[in-house]
Design a binder for this molecule. Structure first.
Ligand code: SF4
Ligand code: SF4
Length: 161
C-alpha cells in the first residue's frame, strides 16, 4: 500500500500549450510517479491551449519529481496560492462565503467570529468571488488562461470609505 493517506496533498493549476494538449502527461502522473489526482476544473480542447485545476495526492518527493516532468513537457504549473487571495482590509467577516465554499477553505471561527481563509484547501472555483458583497475575494489568471472565472475590479482606497 502506498503512503497516500499520510502523504502530501496540493491543489495546483496547470496550463498547457496546444502541442501538449493531446499528450497523456496528466495520466503519467499516476503511472510514472504514483500520484493520485482529482480534476477540479478542466478546459482542454484539441490543438488549443488547455487549463486544469488538479488536486494531487501522494508522496511529496514524487510530487517534486512530477513537477520537473511537467515542466520538461511544456506544462506550466503554479500553486493556487499564487492565484487567489483575500483582501484583508476589505473583508468584513460577514460569513456569506462560508456557506458556498465547496472545499471549506473559508470557514467561520466561532470563538473569534472571524472568517478564516485556508488557501491550501482552495480549489480556485471562483464561487466566493461572485457572492462576496465586498468583492474581497480575488482570483488572478494568466492572460492566456482559458478558465472562465470572473475578474472583478478591486475598489480603490477612496471608494472603500
Ligand atoms: S463574503 Fe466576503 S466579506 Fe464576507 S466573509 Fe467572505 S470574503 Fe469576507
Ligand atoms: S475560490 Fe473561494 S469558494 Fe472556491 S474553493 Fe476557493 S475559497 Fe472556496
Amino acid at each position: 500500500m502506498n503512503d497516500i493517506v499520510k502523504g502530501f496533498r496540493k491543489i495546483v493549476f496547470l496550463s498547457f500549450p496546444p502541442e501538449v494538449s493531446g499528450r497523456p502527461v496528466v495520466c503519467n502522473l499516476a503511472k510514472l510517479f504514483d500520484l493520485s489526482f482529482n480534476i477540479l476544473k478542466a478546459q482542454i480542447n484539441p490543438r488549443q491551449d488547455g487549463a486544469l485545476t488538479l488536486e494531487i495526492m501522494g508522496l511529496e518527493e514524487n510530487f517534486q519529481r512530477a513537477q520537473g516532468y511537467l515542466k520538461e513537457n511544456g506544462v506550466k504549473i503554479s500553486s493556487i496560492a499564487q492565484r487567489i487571495f483575500r483582501d484583508e482590509e476589505t473583508c468584513v467577516h460577514c460569513g456569506v462565503c462560508t456557506a458556498m465554499c465547496p472545499t471549506h477553505a473559508l470557514s467561520l471561527d466561532r470563538a473569534s467570529r472571524q472568517v478564516l481563509f485556508e488557501v491550501d484547501k482552495c480549489s480556485a472555483c471562483g464561487l466566493c468571488t461572485r457572492i462576496c458583497p465586498m468583492h474581497a475575494m480575488n482570483v488572478e489568471l494568466d492572460e492566456n488562461s482559458l478558465l472562465e472565472l470572473p475578474r472583478r475590479r478591486r475598489p480603490s482606497p477612496t471608494e472603500r470609505v
